[in-house]
Design a protein around this ligand. Structure first.
Ligand code: URA
Length: 433
């Protein structure tokens, strides 16, 4: 086969065969095709798109390009969850013990974050002693014996995707639905679960800003799941404001624990119940999504969810006493209130700017090499629909530096007020099977 023929075929709007897709991914991963040819193909895909079968083949080829986690030694149906990322999104931290408490084995591979705040692994490391570094055999053993484990992604998961994503990033080809959907799904498939629940965010703090684009991505991923034999569903949830109140690492863990205790912010609890009930249903631990939700509400009420969080923390070397004593988390030296400079009802929060504010405090990484400060972040005291007077506290910053005028200014500019009360917000837009 010749790469130039494959590029020309896609340029002319024709579908690539399974053999052609497998060949170019294999050759590219083996460094036998130069970047400029793969860039040309990515641009052709960007303009000509891929049909459903091409997307499924590309996903499988990338999933099979490196290590694949074999979860078959764990009894039961394993369900993974993925979020396309948002500000203050701590749902995975709460969902892992919540769903495990309902009897669903959770074997989750997670990553570190780049941008707004840390990834799930960074956040979990805010628990003193907690580690996600483990050998695959220990990971599998922990899921089998305790019911849950979260491990850092192995170095060699989907190397084809890593290479291709790096190239797309610098060739203007990130924003192709076919390439985004197969990139995300390849990592999920390689992680070995039988079923996948996707949380596709939409709004100002999301990767996809419009409901149309978010729906398109959700459908593309659900279709790939169906075509590669993994039960997949997607929830489209709101990211027009940060989820919950806290943005940061230790701060988000504390909020996730509050959810498990039944006293977390309403939006985080609701999203966890919605995502969690689809996970329990897909794991066939309930005969309907409604019944699954009841089970989850029950494990929060009877304390089993928070008990499972304790098991989770202990199993991975952390200090479970953090559950009842927040002072054991890394503490920021300063708490600084940001007052409103304008009165009215909050009708819009520039969510991406709130994420940047948290990152500038040190809660996230601008480059892969940056060190995260696990203690810092912020808590939103006002959200969309709240009435605000001048001087009311919008946000409390948790900082390790006293001079934060730039961040205060950014937060104040992120809040937009209007005279009348805005329409109620929507948390869940769609559920797609
Ligand atoms: N996230 C991914 O993992 N891949 C993409 O292509 C875009 C976002």
């Amino acid at each position: 086969m010749r790469m130039v023929d494959i590029i020309e075929k896609k340029r002319d709007g024709l579908s690539l065969t399974k053999e052609e897709i497998r060949w170019f991914i294999g050759e590219y991963t083996a460094n036998r095709i130069p970047d400029y040819q793969v860039s040309a193909l990515a641009m052709a895909i960007y303009f000509q798109d891929m049909d459903q079968l091409e997307r499924a083949e590309l996903t499988l080829a990338m999933a099979e390009s490196g290590d694949q986690i074999d979860l078959t030694s764990i009894n039961g149906i394993k369900v993974d969850k993925h979020s396309t990322g948002g500000v203050g999104d701590k749902t995975t931290i709460a969902l892992v013990p919540l769903v495990a408490a309902a009897g669903v084995p959770v074997a989750k591979m997670s990553g570190r974050g780049l941008g707004h705040t840390g990834g799930t692994i960074d956040k979990l490391e805010a628990i003193p002693g907690f580690s996600c570094d483990m050998e695959t055999t220990d990971f599998l053993h922990q899921v089998q014996s305790k019911g849950l484990a979260v491990a850092g992604q192995t170095g060699n998961l989907t190397p084809a995707d890593k290479q291709l994503y790096g190239l797309r990033d610098v060739t203007g080809t990130v924003n192709s639905m076919a390439l985004i959907a197969s990139s995300i799904m390849s990592k999920k498939i390689a992680s070995g679960s039988d079923a996948i629940v996707l949380d596709v965010k939409t709004g100002s703090g999301a990767f996809m800003k419009t409901l149309d684009d978010s729906t398109g991505l959700a459908k593309a991923m659900v279709d790939i799941g169906a075509n590669v034999g993994r039960k997949t569903m997607a929830v489209i949830s709101d990211m027009n404001q940060p989820l919950g109140e806290g943005v940061g690492n230790a701060i988000e863990i504390q909020e996730a624990i509050d959810v498990l205790k039944g006293n977390g912010p309403e939006d985080v609890l609701e999203l966890c119940l919605v995502l969690g009930s689809h996970m329990v249903y897909l794991a066939e631990k309930a005969s309907s999504v409604e019944e699954a939700r009841k089970q989850l509400e029950e494990v929060i009420e009877n304390g089993k969810a928070v008990e499972m969080m304790k098991v989770f923390i202990e199993s991975q070397g952390g200090n479970p006493a953090v559950i009842d004593d927040e002072t054991l988390f890394p503490q920021a030296r300063y708490q600084i209130d940001v007052p409103a400079v304008e009165a009215g009802y909050v009708y819009e929060i520039a969510t991406d700017k709130i994420g940047v504010a948290a990152m500038q405090l040190g809660a996230g990484r601008a480059t892969k090499e940056d060190q995260i400060d696990l203690a810092v972040g912020l808590k939103l005291k006002k959200k969309i629909g709240d009435r605000v007077d001048v001087g009311d506290i919008l946000v409390t910053l948790y900082a390790n530096r006293e001079e934060v005028e730039d961040i205060k200014d950014l937060v104040q500019k992120s809040y937009h007020m209007q005279e009348g009360e805005p329409a109620p917000t929507t948390l869940i837009y769609k559920e797609i099977y």
